[in-house]
Design a protein around this ligand. Structure first.
Ligand SMILES: [Zn+2]
Length: 435
C-alpha cells in the first residue's frame, strides 16, 4: 500500500527543477491567480487574488479586479484552489526512514548502511517533503550520519537535487548514557547517534565544532529514557546538567544561533528551561511551572504530536505501557500550552515516521486537540518563520518574500486533512509540482 502511494506521488511530479541556477539577466515573471489566498499571517483568507512573482521573490499580492498584469508573464490558474505559503516542518530527520525494528531498526542504520546509502535516502526524504508542499525544514539531527545534512543542504542550494530550504543541526549533543547505540558489551566502543559530551568544556567544544562546520541550530538532548514511575507518572532520565547546557547556549547565542532541546518532562525539562533553551521539542509532560517559564522566556514549543499516537508497543509490555502514558500526558500538555498562549510551532519527527506517510497529518492532530485550523497553518508558516529568524522571507505570501507557494483544491479551514493533498508546489519562483 505504501509503495503504491509513493509511485502515485512520483507520477504527478511534472517538473523537476534540478539544474544549475539560471544565469539569465531577465528574471522570469509568473502570475498566479488564487481563488482563495491564505497569506500565512492574516487571520482571514482573501478571495480572488493575484500574486506576481518576479525571479525567486513575490513582487505583489493584490485583488484580481484591480491587479495589473505584467506583460510577458506566465499565468498559472489556481482560481479554483486555496493558495498558501510553502509549509515549514520544524522537526524532521531526513537521515532516518522510520527504521523497521524487524529489519534491525535504528542500530542497523548506523552499523550497516554505507554513508552514501544514507545520503541517497536523505535525498529522497528531502524530495518527498517538497512534493508535499513543505518548502522549508528544520532538520534536527543526522543520527550518526555526521555532517551529512550540510552536504544535502549544499546540493539543494546548488540545484543538484530538488528539496526544501534546510536549517540543519548536524550531529546533536547528549551525554554518556544519553543516546544509542546502547545495550552492547561494555568492552565494545560503539558509535553513537549524537555527539557525546561530559562537562561544560566538552559541551562548549562540541557546540563550537558543530557551529564551525555549518550548523544553523544546535540540538541538545535534555532527556533520554522514559518509563512509568511507581505512582503511574511518566519519568524521564535527565542528561545534561544546567551548567553543561548553559555552556552550549552561551556559545551558540554568541554565534547568533539558537538551541533546540529535546525534553519530555521533569528534571530534564526544567534544566532545559533554566539553561535557556530556545525551543522545547516534544514537551510531552509540561507542568504549570514549565508553561509559566516558557511564557516568561518566550520559549518555542514544537510538540510533534502525531508520532506519539501510533506504533505503540503491545499493551502488556513495559514499553507498551510507557507509550500509552506518553500519549495520555501529551494531549493535556498541548491543550494547556495552547490555552496559556505558548508559541506553538508545527513539527512532526518525520524520519521517526516513514517518509511515505503524509507529513501534514500533524495538522489534523493539532486541530483534534483544540487548535483552530488557521492557527495550525500559521504554526507551519509565519510563526515558524519567526522562530527560524526568517520573518517576512518565508511562511508568508507578501511582497519581498521568497516565492514559496503551494495550493490545494479544497478549503483547509473546513477540512484540515486537505493539506495532505497539496498538488501545486513552487519553491523560489520555480514550479516543482503541478497537476
Ligand atoms: Zn526528533
Amino acid at each position: 500500500m505504501k509503495l503504491l502511494c509513493c509511485s502515485l506521488w512520483l507520477a504527478v511530479v511534472v517538473s523537476v527543477v534540478a539544474q544549475e541556477p539560471s544565469r539569465s539577466a531577465v528574471p522570469q515573471i509568473t502570475v498566479i491567480r488564487a481563488g482563495t489566498l491564505i497569506d500565512g499571517k492574516s487571520d482571514q483568507p482573501r478571495r480572488d487574488q493575484v500574486i506576481v512573482v518576479r525571479g525567486n521573490r513575490i513582487e505583489s499580492v493584490s485583488d484580481a479586479a484591480t491587479a495589473r498584469m505584467p506583460a510577458g508573464a506566465t499565468v498559472i490558474d489556481l482560481s479554483k484552489a486555496t493558495v498558501l505559503p510553502g509549509l515549514i516542518d520544524s522537526h524532521t530527520h531526513i537521515f532516518l526512514q522510520g527504521e523497521d525494528p524487524a529489519q534491525g531498526g535504528y542500530d542497523a542504520n548506523i552499523l550497516t548502511a554505507p554513508l552514501a546509502l544514507r545520503a541517497t535516502r536523505a535525498t529522497v526524504s528531502a524530495r518527498r517533503a517538497l512534493e508535499q508542499g513543505f518548502t522549508t525544514l528544520r532538520d534536527v539531527e543526522t543520527e550518526g550520519a555526521g555532517y551529512g545534512d550540510i552536504g544535502i543542504k549544499q546540493a539543494i542550494e546548488a540545484g543538484y537535487i530538488p528539496g526544501p530550504r534546510l536549517f540543519v543541526v548536524t550531529r546533536a549533543i547528549s551525554t554518556t548514557g544519553g543516546y544509542p547505540l546502547e545495550g552492547y558489551a561494555p568492552e565494545l566502543e560503539m558509535p553513537k547517534g549524537a555527539q557525546i559530551v561530559d562537562g561544560s568544556v566538552e559541551a562548549r567544544k562540541a557546540a563550537r565544532e558543530q557551529l564551525d562546520h555549518g550548523a544553523d541550530w544546535i540540538k541538545v538532548y535534555m532527556t533520554h529514557r522514559s518509563w512509568v514511575g511507581k505512582d503511574g507518572e511518566l519519568v524521564s532520565q535527565p542528561t545534561l546538567t544546567v551548567e553543561e547546557l548553559r555552556a552550549i547556549v552561551d556559545e551558540t547565542h554568541g554565534w547568533g544561533k539558537k538551541v533546540a532541546c529535546h525534553a519530555y518532562g521533569g528534571i530534564g525539562l526544567h534544566r532545559a528551561l533554566d539553561g535557556g533553551c530556545d525551543s522545547i521539542e516534544h514537551g510531552l509532560d509540561l507542568d504549570d511551572a514549565a508553561i509559566a517559564q516558557m511564557l516568561k522566556q518566550g520559549t518555542w514549543y514544537v510538540p510533534t504530536l502525531s508520532v506519539y499516537y501510533t506504533d505503540w508497543g503491545p499493551a502488556e509490555t513495559e514499553a507498551g505501557q510507557r507509550d500509552r502514558l506518553r500519549a495520555a500526558v501529551h494531549e493535556p500538555s498541548f491543550r494547556k500550552a495552547l490555552k496559556a498562549g505558548v508559541k506553538i510551532v508545527f513539527g512532526t519527527d518525520m524520519g521517526g515516521i516513514p517518509w511515505t506517510e503524509p507529513i501534514a497529518q500533524e495538522f489534523s492532530r493539532m486541530v483534534e486537540f483544540g487548535m483552530q485550523p488557521m492557527d495550525a497553518i500559521q504554526s507551519s508558516t509565519s510563526r515558524a518563520a519567526v522562530m527560524l529568524d526568517m520573518e517576512g522571507k518565508i511562511g508568508v505570501l507578501a511582497p519581498g518574500a521568497f516565492a514559496d507557494i503551494v495550493a490545494v483544491d479544497a478549503d483547509p479551514l473546513h477540512d484540515i486533512k486537505a493539506l495532505e493533498r497539496i498538488d501545486f508546489v513552487m519553491k523560489d519562483g520555480k514550479v516543482f509540482r503541478s497537476k
